[in-house]
Design a protein around this ligand. Structure first.
Ligand SMILES: Cc1ncc(COP(=O)(O)O)c(C=O)c1O
Length: 430
């Protein structure tokens, strides 16, 4: 990652003023220190306002109905698609709205499952995963990019293989040669781990998958909010991400697919809004992206999400990334000075995002979280929906501070001070 000019203190102060929730006072008048953006981000006023305006003035179901509101809602929905697609380096038709990253990956596994169950002469049979084929994942995956592949492997008789995480949480790329074999049909991997923060070398993964003729699926849930993202330049075949982690609302996310793949892929879900002609016996399907959007769409959320990417775009993702990079470096340097802290992930900020999970000499993460909460500091505790990587790193759970563009150096220092108090309270290092 290239580090460009970060946001100034004045800009961060102005950004904070855009987020109503950051002005909230907790019990005892304590200001909120929100270090849980990895789980879900907070929303700027423009996102809240865009959704309110849509609800108050334009709400209607899209792609059906001939009335004025239906037309306005459809325009708003498709404009949102175009804006979000451009933000991630995709064409509008390459962005399928889903319920989130989890919804996107499950939609893809359902579509691949349908292709696998089809007949040999079906055009979609090129996607079929057959007994003895291989699906490759990694030990660093969120359960959302692991369990659906386990299920697809079980349904198709495919074998599941994975790259291991090394002691610093980074993927062991030397595993690629053995994990990806001639029967590998698909490689699914995270762009950045929500536990270790490690950024994956996408180019190496894509090159290895392509050599085997395998499809690639990128979990961009953690990268889309924090890095400039150009999915077509990365060369992945599919990608998944969620609005609620990138300043948008919950209940919506995206499945990216290269257009020639989406055109050939059968639908994963069926029903209204995705068909052309329906008889009592069969149906024909719309082209992508609508073929993959069965049911009434989350239009209000799409409008809010578009406002969120507009907000991020206006700041510039290079500068957002540079600001968070500086905070991540400060956080990592600070925790390295606290006795008994072990970071589950790379110890320095190179090629790393600001999700910093740590173990405090075996003190239960729930105790750490409770102590921090009493000081107004919100962190995540537990396994963060990523049990295998915790197990690989020798723990069952951790405490995770995760940074966002609205965090400040003072908040990082407050976290470090509070963590040191927890250490002292539990007698670590005595
Ligand atoms: C790396 C990663 N992938 C996938 C997900 C799932 O996202 P969602 O719950 O929004 O579907 C998350 C959420 O924490 C994540 O961090």
């Amino acid at each position: 990652m290239t580090v460009s000019s970060a946001l100034s203190d004045q800009e961060v102060a102005a950004i904070r003023a855009d987020f109503p929730i950051l002005g909230r006072r907790l019990e005892g008048g304590r200001p909120l220190v929100y270090l849980d953006t990895g789980a879900t981000s907070q929303r700027p006023r423009v996102v809240i306002d865009a959704m309110r305006d849509f609800s108050e003035n334009h709400n209607a179901a899209v792609h059906r109905g001939a009335h004025t509101l239906a037309g306005e809602a459809t325009d708003a929905f498709e404009d949102a698609r175009a804006a979000i697609a451009a933000f991630v380096g995709a064409a509008p038709a390459e962005l399928v709205f889903t319920s989130g990253a989890t919804g996107a990956i499950n939609l893809l596994t359902a579509a691949l499952g349908a292709a696998s169950a089809g007949r040999g002469q079906d055009p979609s049979h090129r996607f079929a995963i057959l007994p003895g084929d291989r699906i490759v994942v990694t030990q660093a995956e969120h359960h959302s990019n692991l369990v659906p592949w386990q299920e697809l492997a079980a349904r198709t008789g495919a074998e599941l293989a994975w790259l291991r995480a090394g002691p610093d949480g980074r993927l062991r790329l030397d595993d690629l040669a053995t994990a990806i074999n001639a029967r590998t049909r698909l490689v699914a991997f995270t762009h950045a781990s929500n536990v270790t923060g490690a950024i994956t070398d996408v180019a190496v993964m894509v090159a290895a998958a392509r050599r085997a003729g395998a499809l690639t699926v990128l979990d961009a849930a953690q990268s889309a909010p924090h890095l400039p993202l150009d999915l077509s330049a990365l060369g992945v075949d599919f990608a998944a991400f969620s609005a609620h982690k990138m300043l948008g609302p919950n209940g919506i996310g995206g499945l990216y697919g290269r257009i020639e793949l989406l055109e050939a892929l059968p639908p994963g879900l069926t029903g209204g809004s995705m068909v052309e002609i329906v008889t009592m016996r069969e149906a024909t399907f719309l082209p992508p992206p609508h073929r993959f959007e069965a049911g009434t769409q989350a239009v209000t959320q799409a409008v809010g999400w578009a406002a969120a990417v507009g907000y991020l775009d206006a700041l510039g993702m290079e500068r957002v990334a540079a600001h968070e990079h500086a905070l991540t470096a400060r956080l990592l340097e600070g925790v390295a000075r606290i006795d008994g802290v072990r970071v589950l992930g790379p110890a320095d900020a190179t090629d790393r995002l600001g999700a910093v999970a740590l173990d405090l000499a075996g003190v239960h993460p729930h105790d750490v979280g409770q102590y921090l909460d009493a000081q107004g500091i919100a962190v995540r505790v537990g396994h963060h929906c990523a049990q295998p990587v915790h197990r690989a790193l020798g723990v069952v759970a951790s405490t995770r501070a995760s940074l966002g563009l609205y965090n400040t150096a003072a908040e990082v220092d407050q976290f470090l001070g509070a963590l040191d108090q927890v250490r002292s309270y539990f007698g670590v290092g005595r």
